[in-house]
Design a protein around this ligand. Sequence first.
Ligand code: HEC
Length: 440
Amino acid sequence: MVAKSVVCVFALSLAGTVSGGTVTFHKDVEPVLQKHCQTCHRPGEVGPMPLLTYAEARPWAKSIKQATATGRMPPWGAAQGAPHAFGNDPRLSQDELAVLRAWADGGAPEGNPKDAPKPKQWVEGWDMGEPDRVFQPSSPYKVPAKGTVEYTYYIIPNAFKADTWVKGVEIRPEARRVVHHVIAYVRSPKSSWLKDYPAHTYFVPDHRSREEKPREEKAHEWREFLVGYAPGYRSSVWQSGRAKFVAAGSDLVYEIHFTTNGTEFEDKTLVGMQFAKEPPAERVMTNAVMNPRITIPPGADDHKEEAAIEMLQPAKLVALNPHMHLRGKAFEYRLTYPDGRQETILSVPKYDFNWQLNYEFSKPLELPKGTKIECTAWWDNSPNNPYNPDPKVEVKWGDQSWDEMMAGFFEMAFDRNVDPSTLYRYVRRNTPQQSASAVR
Ligand code: HEC
């Protein structure tokens, strides 16, 4: 690396140099951009400008310094100091931050092109390898040049004719510039979720029905989060011996968040899947610690709600993904182990609706039977929240962005013979009207 030590870089960075001499684009900056930025900042991807060449990066030197110093780039919501590392943590090291700072402060020199690292090779086509099956809407969605597009849904009915073990999934939007997130859900034949809506067409749920609240313990039969896409995502392939189960007759439901950027696009997002030839040892499932009874008063700037589950069987916790809508402010997951030990495994102090980020543990956490997963969510329903669609209304659970959600998604691996309805139970819900009766 460039710097021998952090202290050294800090000491000299103001002069645009580090211990190895003047900080230049090719020698010092390009490797950092390759590693942390070009996944999104290259043509066709979501980043507003490419950062591949000196000519492209040079005008952005000061913004790059600022966006990285404030932690706005690369996007990541977890507070520092989480007790268990996240394998997909994209944050820059202190040395890398110092390099970008020194480069900007030193007038952003190019340096010698001979010092440049080899250009990064980007995978064209499927990152996970060839899928066994590919799903795709039959018609494109026309993303307008301007305005806000509500969360858009698309249902492919009876996508799975037989019980299926899915060992890998990859979501590939076509218009990556304007696709900010996609969740591929599986809807079991027993589910009533979005049942009033037609298949094979894009729609935004247009009523404010509260009937579709999930029954928490059976949430996986209401809808199961198969896999999520956000910019920078590559693919989800579970470790050998692990796969997700999809029951025969299930539908595939897309939830897509398009953002407009001044140009019209058409998108037909692909979902590729690889199937396990044999049932795996462990089933992987993504579920959520939910509180469908949230009630956020008008104007409240720090409204808090909680939800908690207790493991009835041992499992491994693989990843977390907090989900709220436009009024979401902060989110936290805590574990309380059977011996009373507690730890905050994820704290997102400044929740950002625009980045639906997945936090993947470097090493899955063992959850002994009796472990509790507790989630707390905070919302800002005041006029100070610039994203707030209406600070004057009481807000409840719903699919639309002007409704709210409290879903602490978690991905778990457990013995495939365990019936997921017996994996955990809800133990406590702290909303004022529920606190006593909700304890089961
Ligand atoms: C996961 C995708 C992603 C990654 C990784 C990423 N960016 Fe970005 N970047 C974006 C998007 C999308 C925007 C525009 C929206 C926004 O500002 O949030 C953006 C905006 C920016 C801006 C602000 C541009 C403006 O209009 O002011 C800068 C500067 C920037 N990125 C630099 C970087 C640098 C430097 C890195 C690597 C250290 C990086 N980004 C990594 C997606 C990404």
